[in-house]
Ligand binder design. Structure first.
Ligand code: NAP
Ligand code: 8YV
Length: 329
C-alpha cells in the first residue's frame, strides 16, 4: 500500500518532487482546519517530513499520528524534534548530515574573516561615501590567533581543516577527547575559551548544551576574543553576549543563529562589533537541494527497505531493529 506522508510546513520543492510519485503527500499547512484534518487522516499517516519552520515535532503531533513510523527532518541539527519521545514510541528520526559540511564550513570561515576584518562594516563605509573623508580604521587580525572549536564533529572538523591552511593553532571542546585527533582537548568550555582568541561554536542545540557559552566563558575568552556561532542560538546566553560586547569583555561576534529566530535583539543589531547573518550557513541552491533530496530519500529508503539512510543516533537502534524485521520472510 502506498505510504501516506504528512509534510508539516512548506519545504524545499525537491522534497515533494522526489516523493510525489511514490507516496501520498498531505500538506498540513494547506488545511483550513488542521485539527479536523489530523483527526480524519492521522491514523493513516506513517511518515512525517518536517523542518524548523514547523516548530517542534513532539508528543502533540505524535498523539495525532498513532501509526507514525518515521520523521524525516530537514537539517543536520534536529533539536526541533523531541527524539526522546520519538524513540519511546518506536519512531525513527532522520536528519541530513554530511551533504552540507563543506558549505557550512566555508561560510563559517567567511564569517570569521568578515568579523575580524570588519568586511561588512567596510562595505557599508564605502557605500556611505565615508572613504572620501578618511580611510577605514585598521581592523583586528586572524594572524597569530588561537582557535577553539566547541563541537569538533563533521562540520567542526571541516572548519579545522580549512583553518589549518591559515596557519593558526586549533584546539577543541566536546563531551570527550577524540582518539586520533591531534588538536589540544579541553574538557571545560571555560578552559578552552581561556586558551583561545576565537571561539567557534559547532555543537548541537538542545537542553544539554543550553547556554553552554555563558558570561564566564565570554570573560575567559577575554577582551581580544571573538565569538563565532553557526550552530544554534540556544548554546549562547544571548543577554550575556550582548553585555559582553557592549562592555568590551570580548572584542566582536559573528553570528548566523539566534535564540528566537527570526527575531534578533535590537541591541545586537545596534552593536558595531557584530556581523549578523540570517541563518544562511547551508543556504546555497545546490546544498539546500541536496538536503531536500536526503529528506525524501530517507523516507523512500524506510518504506522500501526498512533501513533509513541517516537515522539520528538516538533512534539508530530502532532503525536497525525495524530493518531486520522487514528483512524477515
Ligand atoms: P556532529 O558531527 O554531530 O558534531 C557535533 C559535535 O558536537 C561533536 O563533535 C560532539 O562531540 C559535540 N557535542 C555534542 N554534544 C555536546 C555537548 N553536550 N557539549 C559539547 N560538545 C558536544 O554535527 P555536525 O554535522 O558537525 O553539525 C553540528 C551542528 O551545527 C548541528 O547540530 C547544527 O545545530 C549546526 N548547523 C547549523 C547550520 C546553520 O545553517 N547555521 C548548518 C548546519 C549545522 P562529542 O560527542 O565528543 O561531545
Ligand atoms: C538548515 C541547519 O538550513 O542543518 C542545520 O542544522 O541549521 C540548516 O542547515 C536549517 O535547519 C533550516 O531548517
Amino acid at each position: 500500500m502506498t505510504p501516506e506522508i504528512l509534510m508539516t510546513a512548506p519545504m524545499h520543492p525537491v522534497v515533494a518532487e522526489v516523493l510525489e510519485s511514490r507516496v501520498t503527500l498531505h500538506r498540513l499547512w494547506d488545511q483550513p482546519d488542521q485539527s479536523a484534518f489530523l483527526a480524519e487522516v492521522g491514523s493513516r499517516i506513517r511518515g512525517v517530513a518536517t523542518s524548523t519552520l514547523f516548530g517542534r515535532v513532539g508528543e502533540q503531533l505524535f498523539d495525532a499520528l498513532p501509526n507514525l513510523e518515521v520523521v524525516a527532518s530537514f537539517g543536520v541539527g534536529y533539536d526541533n524534534v523531541d527524539v526522546g519521545a520519538a524513540a519511546a514510541r518506536g519512531i525513527v528520526v532522520t536528519n541530513t548530515p554530511g551533504v552540507l559540511d563543506d558549505e557550512v564550513a566555508d561560510l563559517t570561515v567567511g564569517l570569521l574573516l568578515a568579523t575580524l576584518r570588519q568586511i561588512p562594516q567596510a562595505d557599508r563605509y564605502l557605500r556611505d561615501g565615508r572613504w572620501l573623508e578618511r580611510a577605514f580604521p585598521l581592523s583586528a587580525t586572524l594572524r597569530g590567533r588561537r582557535i577553539g572549536i566547541v563541537g569538533l564533529g563533521r562540520i567542526g572538523k571541516a572548519v579545522a581543516r580549512r583553518l589549518e591552511g591559515f596557519g593558526v593553532e586549533i584546539a577543541y571542546h566536546g563531551r570527550s577527547q577524540q582518539p586520533g585527533v591531534a588538536y589540544a582537548y579541553y574538557a571545560r568550555p571555560t578552559d578552552l575559551a581561556a586558551a583561545s582568541d576565537v571561539l567557534i561554536i559547532l555543537a548541537p542545540g538542545g537542553a544539554e548544551t543550553s547556554h553552554l557559552i555563558d558570561a564566564d566563558v565570554l570573560a575567559a575568552l577575554g577582551p581580544d576574543g571573538v565569538l563565532i556561532n553557526v550552530s544554534r542560538g540556544s548554546l549562547v546566553d544571548e543577554p550575556a553576549l550582548i553585555a559582553a560586547l557592549q562592555a568590551g569583555t570580548i572584542l566582536a561576534a559573528g553570528l548566523d543563529v539566534y535564540a528566537d529566530e527570526p527575531r534578533v535583539p535590537e541591541a545586537l543589531i545596534a552593536l558595531p562589533n557584530t556581523v549578523l547573518l540570517p541563518h544562511i550557513a547551508s543556504a546555497s541552491v545546490a546544498t539546500r537541494a541536496a538536503m531536500a533530496r536526503l529528506v525524501a530519500e530517507n523516507l523512500i529508503a524506510w518504506f522500501g527497505t526498512g533501513k533509513p539512510l541517516t537515522s539520528v543516533a538516538e533512534t539508530a537502534h530502532l532503525a536497525a531493529r525495524q530493518s531486520r524485521r522487514q528483512a524477515e520472510p
